[in-house]
Write a protein that binds this ligand. Structure first.
Ligand SMILES: Nc1ncnc2c1ncn2[C@@H]1O[C@H](COP(=O)(O)OP(=O)(O)OP(=O)(O)O)[C@@H](O)[C@H]1O
Length: 330
């Protein structure tokens, strides 16, 4: 049995390029049978924008926030941090599953009888529309708290949203490993030259795909909007082609197919050579109807539709803030 920082490893939960997350038992207090998540990182192995020391600083700031709401149930809390000469360990409450697991749980496979007499399998998202509303409300509430602390999360995606169980509808936003604390990310990145290698696959905001570096909170708003599209889909998928998760150009082209053409005078991208080099065919696309993008709620919840449309404006300054989205959602 392996021990780390006095915690007994029960199993590996996950991890990324630079970290491993373990389920652990507290050996300092053997009578305490509570389990925790321990994220272990070797700081010398990390490459920017990953920075575990900054992650600790940001999580401490989130914990010590003294605003109107000094705490959010929808944002991961750091319990403690540990260091040894090689590693840093971050101790968190243990959660059972990610948003990807929850969506898979609600997306049931059914057999469909086709008119030509053949059978095929279809996936149907069976999450109730009021439950979808509840999850979105709490996600926006968590994001509003993060932004109100002056932090851009920079990696809002379904694997960074966790729940207590498959039937729990209280989401918690995790993973501040590449987050940015305004105004300079603690001296690591200047505001106009932020890293663009942030966010995951489908969840990247369009300006990032055009290498805009002076972005702000609005990149998280876009990512959260794509999470909304996932929750409101018929089959638990995003409205983009599968291969677009791995290619910035393919994703940009998919975004244009779904949301229509960006404005020719798109302020965020006025310095982008790629944007100016785009040919006219990029500027002639109409947006898809909301019935195709948010089919699960379009007839039941106009507030979600309005919020989603406000969060997916190309000009980032026109996007709703998390606070505005929350107020509109009710
Ligand atoms: N508190 C927790 N409870 C349960 N599992 C967790 C917890 N924190 C993280 N995990 C699991 O570990 C995975 C990786 O955690 P995290 O995203 O913090 O690490 P990371 O190094 O930033 O990973 P990535 O590079 O993939 O984003 C999560 O997707 C989740 O499956």
């Amino acid at each position: 049995m392996t021990f780390k920082f006095g915690f007994k490893e029960v199993r590996t939960l996950g991890g990324g390029q630079f970290s491993t997350v373990y389920e652990v038992l507290d050996e300092h207090h053997p009578t305490n049978s509570r389990r925790y998540a321990l994220k272990v990182v070797e700081p010398d192995d990390e490459r920017p924008p990953h920075n575990v020391r900054n992650e600790c600083a940001i999580m401490t700031k989130l914990k010590q926030h003294k605003g109107v709401n000094s705490y959010s149930e929808n944002v991961l809390r750091l319990i403690a941090e540990f260091t040894n000469p090689l590693e840093i360990g971050l101790l968190f409450p243990l959660y059972a599953c990610t948003l990807s697991d929850v969506i898979n749980h609600y997306c049931k496979r059914h057999t469909k009888f086709n008119v030509d007499g053949t059978l095929s399998k279809v996936t149907r998202n069976e999450m109730e529309s009021h439950d979808i509303h509840h999850v979105i409300h709490h996600l926006l509430s968590g994001l509003n708290f993060i932004h109100s602390c002056g932090i851009i999360h920079r990696d809002i995606n379904p694997n960074n949203i966790m729940f207590q169980g498959l039937d729990s509808l209280e989401p918690v936003i995790i993973d501040f490993g590449i987050s940015y604390e305004l105004p300079t990310n603690n001296g690591l990145e200047s505001p106009n030259l932020k890293f663009t290698d942030i966010a995951t696959g489908y969840f990247k905001a369009p300006e990032l795909l055009l290498s805009v570096r002076n972005y702000s909170y609005e990149v998280d708003i876009w990512s959260m909007a794509i999470i909304i599209a996932l929750l409101c889909s018929n089959d638990g998928s995003v409205p983009f082609d599968e291969d677009s998760a791995h290619s910035d150009l393919a994703l940009l082209s998919n975004i244009v197919t779904v949301f229509g053409s960006p404005p020719k005078d798109w302020q965020d991208c006025k310095g982008s050579r790629t944007f100016h080099a785009m040919n006219d065919s990029f500027f002639a696309k109409k947006p898809k109807p909301m019935s195709e993008i948010l089919p699960r709620v379009v007839d039941f919840d106009q507030n979600i539709v309005d919020v989603f449309q406000g969060m997916t404006k190309y000009p980032s300054k026109e996007r709703l803030t998390a606070k505005e989205a929350l107020m509109k959602l009710k």
